[in-house]
Design a protein around this ligand. Structure first.
Ligand SMILES: Nc1ncnc2c1ncn2[C@@H]1O[C@H](COP(=O)(O)OP(=O)(O)OP(=O)(O)O)[C@@H](O)[C@H]1O
Ligand SMILES: [Mg+2]
Length: 421
């Protein structure tokens, strides 16, 4: 996509092709439950009320005071991250009694505190509870519960000690050692499994916000998807897509989704392709600090991905020598497929999982291959990949009211789909 925004697309715009007959029209304010999906057959998705969502049996309701104590009064030095939703605090609780525990004892939690006013924030908070209250998988973050008290809205998760993938890929601080190629491929596979589960008949969910900051890592670098605030139920019956207002993050959203508001599983596959490129290159999807022509990673990298001679210009210079040319080409080929402009040419997430598993099984994922393959040399890397800026704007949920531009957003006209805050 040609646009250079790195912020999250906060506002939604209505689907724009006029016709609705073919689509499941969804009220963005109504959340459909998954509990009705009892089998692989398409049981009608019944919207759940807020009360029903909050009563999910796996979820705890925390009092605000308890979370205040657990995070030591939301102390600034308890903050582990910040997103468009609000700040994320580290804390400790006793899982049995749900009371605050002494730091260093009990269960470590991440408490995300909503700091924006209004409907959209509440909706995302509720969507997160709706989905994570019902979906359980090793590659999805675990939600312990929530807090709803007066104006306070919080989400309480398991704490993932290694934080988000974007910190590891893009931060240049010395305490963030570059992730090895082997770990990168494992993280890609874990994240693919998480998405494949969401897309499965069991869940039938479109994630809509796949990006490196939403991939969290535990102490063993197991990757888990977090942030289900934008997730949507997939289309039912013979419907091909759901019509939504456009939301997501610039740089990750699929061009056809940006243009039409038609959301399919293949929109997530496109975002996966973007993340795969970020994993290979160590570069952000969007970074205005890069030389002109390189701001948009997908646009810049595409021509290199099919060339055995030029692929190294895309690869992260910090992991030189850790992978074979064959492995790099395989992953590049997968990224190209995921990034196909035509959604039907993109693989399913199941297929992506199989490809990454084969790569791992072929011993090609973590080590340098045959001598024929050992062509990774410093001289192959573009100078910009080594002198890359560490200050690229981090894309997250900042509201924006800029008009759209760029390839993915040129149709329909911005005036037909104003982005509002
Ligand atoms: N469960 C968790 N365990 C440990 N760290 C977490 C957890 N959840 C979030 N974080 C940290 O907090 C940061 C902010 O997360 P958050 O999801 O609020 O925003 P974001 O993903 O960076 O941006 P966006 O608002 O666009 O989603 C993450 O990047 C991560 O470093
Ligand atoms: Mg997030």
């Amino acid at each position: 996509m040609g646009c250079c925004f790195s912020a999250r697309i906060k506002a939604e715009s209505p689907p724009r092709n006029g016709s609705t007959s073919n689509y499941v029209s969804k009220d963005e304010d109504t959340l459909s439950g998954l509990s009705s999906k009892v089998s692989l057959t398409s049981v009608p998705q019944t919207p759940r009320t807020e009360g029903e969502i909050l009563q999910s049996e796996n979820l705890n309701s925390f009092s605000f005071n308890e979370l205040k104590t657990a995070t030591r009064n939301f102390r600034p030095d308890s903050v582990v991250g910040e997103g468009g939703f609000g700040s994320v605090f580290k804390g400790w609780i006793d899982e049995q009694t749900l009371t605050a525990a002494k730091p260093g004892t009990g269960t470590v939690i991440a408490a995300k505190r909503l700091n924006q006013e209004g409907f959209q924030g509440h909706n995302e908070w509720l969507a997160e509870i709706n989905y994570l209250g019902q979906l359980h998988h090793p590659n999805l973050v675990k939600l312990f519960g929530y807090c709803l008290e007066d104006d306070h809205r919080l989400l309480v998760y398991e704490f993932l000690p290694k934080g988000s993938l974007d910190n590891h890929l893009f931060r240049r601080a010395s305490y963030f050692q570059p992730l090895s190629w082997g770990i990168r491929m494992k993280v890609a596979l874990d994240a693919a499994k998480g998405l494949a589960f969401l897309h499965s008949d069991e869940a039938k969910v479109i994630y809509r916000d796949f990006k490196t900051s939403n991939i969290l890592l535990d102490s063993n670098y197991n990757a888990k998807l977090s942030d289900f605030g934008l997730a949507k139920d997939g289309p039912v019956g013979d419907k091909s897509h759901v019509s939504t207002r456009v939301m997501g993050t610039y740089g990750y959203a699929a061009p056809e989704y940006m243009a039409t508001g038609h959301l399919t599983k293949k929109s997530d596959v496109y975002s996966f392709g973007v993340v795969l490129l970020e994993i290979m290159s160590g570069k952000r999807a969007m970074d205005k600090n890069r030389p002109s022509g390189e701001h948009n990673l997908v646009e810049w990298a595409k021509p290199y991905l099919t060339s055995k001679r030029r692929i190294f210009q895309v690869m992260d210079a910090r992991i030189e020598g850790q992978y074979s040319l064959r492995a790099a080409m395989k992953v590049a080929n997968l990224a190209i497929q995921c990034l196909s402009v035509e959604p039907r040419f993109r693989p399913t997430m199941e297929e992506v999982v199989r490809t990454l598993e084969q790569l791992q099984d072929s011993n090609d994922s973590g080590s340098v291959g045959s001598s024929r393959d050992q062509t990774v040399r410093k001289s192959h890397h573009s100078s910009s990949s080594r002198s890359r800026s560490s200050s690229g704007a981090r894309p997250h949920r900042r509201s924006m009211n800029n008009s759209l531009n760029g390839e993915g957003t040129s149709n329909p006209k911005p005036s037909a789909s104003p982005l509002v805050t």
